[in-house]
Design a protein around this ligand. Structure first.
Ligand code: SF4
Length: 734
């Protein structure tokens, strides 16, 4: 049996696998056994476990085939992420397989970039074309001038092959456009990031505080299930959100703060806890670093002061703080996930981390447990060559001293400026950069400077519309992938295995990467016939049963203590070895050692702050054309307060357009006039308003929040780019 391992330790030892941050191998049956079996086994209902990638929560599910055809996808009861249930998107995975809009065969551009005109190609032609242009870039500028922009599980194979070839600039929007600031805020405070899934013991907590985190609309499956359990147990819920979210409807206290003032609220809460002595003194004395200096820094942030900033009453601020403080340590200020709001997000995340420290909830039941993983034997892949050049992806650079992953917009900037050296090729895997990155115009300008843009995806996203070569990936139901080594209360391993054959000439990411490696003359870096060989070797070498994993989809590790109550010894990998209420490393780098509040600009006259969020039936901009999920929610709406709507002469349900402060006009979007939002704020779900004509069902349905995000701030600590720094006015349809 494999031994367990903490997340921090695992990151250090995971060399020799595909992707240092997420572990081990994937297997390949060599064919599509269920769809092609000639012995009658395809008749009737067959079930095969695999794990979901309709989003990146990675729930274990069981695919059902009826007479050899994909029928339904349900939760795997053995799996800790799904606990036997999937969210609506996971159930809708069947629609991803049958979607008529999906990419079907390799395409090579036949006219100007962005005109969406291609000729079909064989895999051999498409990969030879890519290899030839990559080698040309390498000869002229070096391999560092090709960058990989990626997301999702299949990215590990491209990371491996491209790193072997000499690529060093790699970034995913999941970092600077999502969770990165949160993890850096926690690393600076506790010495470890939060990770995914967040180790929040919601199922046992007595009080959950959500700040701009709308669980239930944001459908992270196991977390939402635990949230429902907590509500059932009558745990106290406090929601901070300018919008009365579904979560707010379950709350004891709803704090509809003015957008952009969350940090003022957090600092006032910290002030109250300290002033009234409602914090865990034993935890702070034993594990805190710089607490006295922290107390002095937050002295001015009284609830009365915050009330003015946040536009809510001081009494509400105080009542909420006393509520969660009185439940300590069985209380959680949720660290959030997509936290790139205003450009000061690392400091806001640090303030959340420090409030949690005041509650003494680290490694405690009902608080934040310390997640455990499972160690799996490496395959023993070759090491990567070293480069003398600096990174152009912002990681480890002076520009963002605490960035510990690549930054998408830094790669874009290097492409635009040619500094520190030209970036001439982008390989984009499963990431619709047009909607994910701020300021679409900068992305288009950068693309115009490229000699090669490759997009590999299942769907024709907007970025695919600009590609020189488009490679059709299989959906997760049609492929093997790297093993999932999950971190949680108990570590686990999940297998992704093919359930059905792809309907056209789509190929799995591992196969594409392996073929590309052959074309680039580095085929030795994928030293196996297929992924089954790779996966089976790793599982067997770990003392685990390959047959069991294929049958169950999941193998649980041995439980290790994750809380003090279970015997966990706390330790912190910060410079002081303690929880850093005062950060010497931030001070040394010229940043505030304790978060400070700075007011964000108000909306110009006639404008409203645009805030964005998620819907339970869709993931980013990936699912709007899925026939099943499109039925659930075909387009987004713009939420506006009825009094605001009336003052503008706008009616509920009518279509309008939104124009932002830079004059960018959205596609038309329906008005939802509702008292569930502040009068100075409007809200929409992002991911809609697709402009790629190949997405027939989703084309121009709803408006794109990404396209309206032209004005953005960049977090100076780690490079996150904001999404809530735009103001819009309403334009009535003619
Ligand atoms: Fe799939 Fe939903 Fe789980 Fe995401 S949360 S992995 S979409 S079931």
């Amino acid at each position: 049996m494999s031994s367990t391992v903490s997340r921090r330790r695992f990151l250090k030892i995971s060399a020799g696998t595909f992707g240092a941050a997420a572990a081990a191998g994937a297997a390949w049956h060599g064919a599509w056994p269920l769809a092609v079996a000639a012995d009658g086994a395809t008749q009737g209902v067959t079930t095969i476990p695999t794990f979901c990638e309709m989003c990146f929560w990675r729930c274990g599910g069981i695919a059902h085939l009826r007479d050899g055809k994909l029928w339904k996808f349900e939760g795997n009861p053995l799996d800790p992420q799904s606990m036997g249930r999937l969210c609506p998107r996971g159930t809708g995975a069947v629609g991803a397989h049958y979607d008529p809009d999906r990419l079907r065969q390799p395409l090579i551009r036949s006219s100007e970039r962005g005109e969406e005109k291609w000729k079909t190609a064989t895999w051999d032609e498409a990969l030879a074309y890519i290899a030839e242009r990559m080698n040309k870039i390498k000869a002229e500028h070096g391999p560092e001038s090709v960058a990989l922009l990626n997301h999702g599980f299949g990215q590990r194979f491209f990371q491996h092959v491209l790193k072997t070839w000499g690529v060093i600039n790699i970034a995913g929007a999941s970092y600077a456009q999502c969770r990165g600031a949160r993890d850096v805020g926690y690393v600076l405070t506790y010495g470890a990031g939060v990770g995914s899934p967040e180790p929040t013991d919601i199922r046992s907590t007595d009080c959950l505080v959500l700040i701009g985190s709308h669980l239930g609309e944001n459908m992270h499956n196991s977390q939402v299930q635990e949230f429902a359990q907590a509500i059932e147990r009558k745990a106290s819920v406090i929601v901070v959100d300018p919008r009365f979210s579904v979560a707010a409807s379950k709350a004891k206290y709803w704090l509809p703060v003015k957008p952009g003032t969350d940090l003022a609220l957090l600092l006032a809460w910290a002030n109250l806890l300290v002033t009234e002595g409602r914090y865990d003194k034993a935890f702070v004395e034993r594990y805190g670093h710089g607490f006295d200096k922290f107390v002095a820094e937050i002295k001015a942030y009284t609830p009365q002061w915050a009330a003015e900033q946040c536009d809510i009453s001081a009494e509400l601020i105080q009542a909420a703080a006393r509520e969660f403080a009185n439940h300590r340590p069985r209380a959680i200020i949720h660290p959030g996930r997509r936290v790139n709001w205003y450009g000061d997000d690392t400091q806001r995340s640090r303030a959340i981390a420090l409030l949690n420290a005041l509650l003494g909830n680290y490694g405690r039941e009902g608080g934040m447990f310390v997640a455990q993983g499972v160690k799996v034997a490496p395959f023993g892949l070759p090491a990567y060559p070293k480069s003398d050049k600096p990174h152009a992806d912002g990681s480890g650079a002076d520009e963002f001293p605490f960035a510990d992953e690549g930054i998408t917009t830094s790669i874009r900037k290097a492409t635009l400026t040619g500094k520190p050296y030209p970036i001439k090729g982008w390989f984009v895997y499963s990431s619709n950069l047009m909607q994910a990155l701020p300021n679409e115009r900068e992305t288009i300008e950068a693309i115009r400077k490229l000699d090669l843009l490759v997009v590999c995806d299942t769907m024709p996203s907007e970025i695919a519309g600009w590609a020189d070569v488009v490679l059709p990936d299989t959906t997760f139901l049609e492929r093997h992938d790297e093993l999932l080594t999950g971190y949680g209360r108990t570590g686990w391993i999940s297998l992704r295995q093919p359930v059905v054959a792809p309907p056209h000439d789509q190929k799995p990411a591992w196969w594409i990467a392996k073929q590309l490696a052959d074309k680039l003359g580095i085929g030795d870096c994928m030293p196996f016939k297929d992924l089954e060989e790779y996966l089976a070797k790793r599982i067997t070498a770990s003392g685990l049963s390959w047959e069991q994993l294929k049958r169950d989809g999941v193998i649980m590790g041995k439980h290790q203590p994750t809380t003090v109550e279970e015997g966990l010894e706390l330790s912190f990998e910060t410079p002081s070895g303690k929880v850093e209420f005062w950060s010497d490393q931030l001070a040394k780098a010229g940043f505030d050692p304790v978060p400070k509040y700075r007011r964000h600009p108000d909306a110009p006259p006639g404008h409203f702050r645009l805030i964005t969020g998620r819907a339970p039936g869709h993931t980013f901009s990936r699912t709007q054309t899925n026939p099943l999920l499109h039925d659930l929610m075909p387009e987004n709406e713009v939420w506006v307060h009825p009094e605001t709507a009336a003052s503008l002469g706008i009616r509920n349900r009518e279509y309008v357009k939104l124009k932002n402060q830079d004059g960018v006009l959205s596609n038309r979007i329906r008005v939802k006039a509702t008292q569930r939002i502040r009068k100075d704020t409007v809200y929409m779900v992002y991911g809609f308003g697709h402009g790629n004509r190949m997405l027939k069902r989703a084309y121009l349905r709803g408006a794109s929040a990404g396209a309206l995000n032209t004005h953005y701030a960049t977090d100076p600590i780690m490079g996150a780019t904001s999404i809530h720094t735009n103001f819009v006015s309403f334009v009535k349809e003619a």
